[in-house]
Design a protein around this ligand. Structure first.
Ligand code: EAX
Length: 368
């Protein structure tokens, strides 16, 4: 968090002094010195156009890092919309800087940065967060959620609040929202995946997530953990035979260009947690903290809707681009569910019975 009004103003003041000297103007000509100052400061600080109101108080700047694409992606687009709203509502006093595409590292490095405070905010998925608090891996039990809407209800439930508290207890980082990465699906290079028999012998890229790795093993495949930023290259070079991610991310990351087969099996609903360094949140002025938390809540709802809409948009775009898009038959779906039923034992081993039992109970309660 950069709270450095004096240092921030110095370049502006020097530039204004030069401008005044060169043009010989104070107020009185096009706009007042104040207006000139406002524009100069905006120019010096790279903030919004000259008409942005110069903040009266300190300007707080927070970095938000993630590994998804920078635009035309459900997460990036929802973040960029939120950034403008926050800037408006705070009168330019709260600036969120967007760092997509692994600019500040992979998801694990981003989370470590948030723990240390070198990165103020970030968003990452279950597979990566599980490396810091394995309890969240219980949300990646294969075929746990029947629909994304059911998953949204879960992540809006008191169990999800409890899960966020457990993340804070275990990692020291605050979770202020459960957005959506999406319903993860398989893509493959050599043939369409329709059943466990098709996965057998395939090298499938996974996150460093023991649950997903156990799922691929249960299907007869060989899990290959690779960073998301390296995935396109690994697929294009044939280092792996397939991977699994939500349809929209498969499209916006360009993976479909090197994956001729997409199977809409929706084996895991994956969250994108929104995380912030607790000191950053606690040290914000009350009004800015209120603006941030309110808008992150709105971001989560907006991002989920975009994820649903972009999935539909991007599945069509991939089919139009020649990707073979396959939906499992009921029998094939049952084969995938049956083949991965034993993975819950791995989840219990990694996440612990308390979390698994609480999450299963909450999902059951949602269905009553
Ligand atoms: O969170 O690595 C992955 O497959 C994730 O879906 C990606 O990091 C976005």
């Amino acid at each position: 968090m950069k709270v450095n009004r004096t240092m921030r103003m110095l370049p502006a003041m020097l530039l204004l002094a030069v401008l005044l000297f060169v043009t010989g103007c104070g107020g009185g000509q096009s706009g007042s010195a104040d207006e000139g100052a406002a524009e100069t400061e905006s120019a010096a600080t790279g903030e919004a156009e000259g008409d942005a109101e110069v903040p009266s108080g300190e300007v707080v700047t927070l970095k938000w890092a993630h590994v998804s694409p920078p635009e035309n992606d459900k997460q990036a687009d929802a973040i960029l919309e939120m950034i403008e709203i926050i800037k408006e509502e705070s009168g330019g006093r709260l600036i969120i800087e967007h760092y997509p595409s692994s600019m500040l590292g992979n998801e694990g490095e981003i989370f470590e940065g948030i723990q240390m405070g070198t990165i103020e905010m970030g968003s990452l998925s279950a597979g990566s967060l599980g490396g810091f608090y394995p309890g969240v891996l219980a949300t990646t039990i294969p075929f746990l959620f029947q629909t994304r809407e059911e998953a949204w209800e879960f992540f809006d439930s008191e169990t999800a609040v409890w899960l966020a508290d457990k993340v804070f207890e275990e990692t020291g980082v605050k979770c202020i929202g459960w957005a959506e990465n999406g319903l993860r699906c398989f893509t493959s290079t050599k043939k369409q995946i329709k059943s466990p028999a098709d996965v057998a012998g395939m090298k499938i890229r996974t996150q460093q997530n023991p649950v997903t790795m156990a799922m691929v093993t249960a299907l007869g495949g060989s899990p290959q953990p690779i960073d998301f930023a390296e995935l396109y290259t690994a697929l294009s070079q044939g280092a792996v035979d397939g991977q699994e991610n939500p349809p929209s991310l498969i499209y916006t990351q360009g993976l479909y260009e090197v994956q001729p087969y997409l199977t809409l099996d929706y084996h895991v609903y994956d969250f994108l947690g929104v995380f912030i360094n607790p000191s950053v949140l606690d040290n914000l002025p009350d009004d800015l903290r209120e603006i941030l938390t309110k808008n992150v809540n709105d971001f989560v709802k907006n991002e989920r809707e975009k994820s649903r809409a972009y999935d539909e948009r991007d599945i069509k775009a991939m089919a139009d681009a020649g990707v073979s898009v396959y939906t499992l038959t009921d029998e094939e779906y049952k084969q995938m569910v049956d083949a991965t039923a034993g993975v819950v034992d791995v989840v219990r081993e990694k996440a612990g019975d308390e979390v698994v039992d609480r999450i299963l109970a909450q999902v059951e309660a949602l269905r009553q």
